[in-house]
Design a protein around this ligand. Sequence first.
Ligand code: KG4
Length: 336
Amino acid sequence: MNILAIESSCDETAAAVVRDGRTVLSSCVASQIEMHTIYGGVVPEIASRKHVEAVTALADQAVGQAGLSQRELDAIAVTCAPGLIGALLVGVNFAKGAALALNLPLIPVHHVRGHIAANYITHPDLEPPFTCLCVSGGTSAIVDVTSYTEMTVLGSTRDDAAGECFDKVARVLGIGYPGGGPMDRLSRGGDPRKYPMPQAHVQGAELDLSFSGLKTAALNLIHNARQKGEELDLPSFAASFGQAVSDSLVPRTMRAAERLGYGKIAVAGGVAANGRIRQDLQAACARSGDRLYLPELSLCGDNAAMIGAQGFYEFQAGKRAGWDLNASATRDISLG
Ligand code: KG4
């Protein structure tokens, strides 16, 4: 089954063709990062306009690169939630038009479910159930992936997402947007224990996360050093920050995995590219005996291949959207 997938939830327009949920025939991404860098963050109105400009050509390109004609497509999948509402609506309306014109079924896909499905592309042998750490610019959650389409959030952030914190701290340091990658690279060779950072614990909810205190502490450290005219040891600062994020995520993920007992842990989302988090999870899984599944780096960030992968499993479970499909800025992952 060949699915044309469309993704436009934030600042990347993407289109891909995926066969049977596992084989990527093409994957095209048009990034808007250069445009948003000027403002130090995503400007929603600009994002929507850029999606409008890019989506049609990108979808044509994806079908062409897959070596298929439009007649050989079997369904259209599209990210419908969560994300920037104006940005999502561009993809949703394009997908509706394409499905109507080509007389194909339309499959709505939850963006974070897509991130999880990136692992099905990288690891052909991975099947649910497994525990999944989902960490991106908008989400930080530990998810029980019971089946391809049944999921429960066991713990999530009470405030900021992990990626958002990397972005805010990097912005104040002036090292680029989005900041996760630059912070990761800056941290290499730094001492991760040089700048002690706070750890938040949510009382009564041991798997829940909180990053706003860590973000504020890191920003205060930068401002205090600047006010006193002191030089921060930047690699050690970035390493200490990355270590604090990892120390928040990894033990909770391992606790959830132990509770669920599946023996399999996957990671999903842009922050899954982080070197410290990948290394700490590898070490923790070597100790616990769990098998760790990491998505390949090119599939960690937003892309449409992951939407095509999840779209296949949603389709198999009977999910279809009507022409009244709407986008939602927020949506629980368990609702799909
Ligand atoms: O999954 P994604 O592309 O978009 C969302 O669905 O949110 O994630 C983007 C986030 C950004 O916050 C970015 O700074 C972060 O992922 N990120 C990283 C790394 N690469 C990207 N965070 C930490 N370390 C990285 N290497």
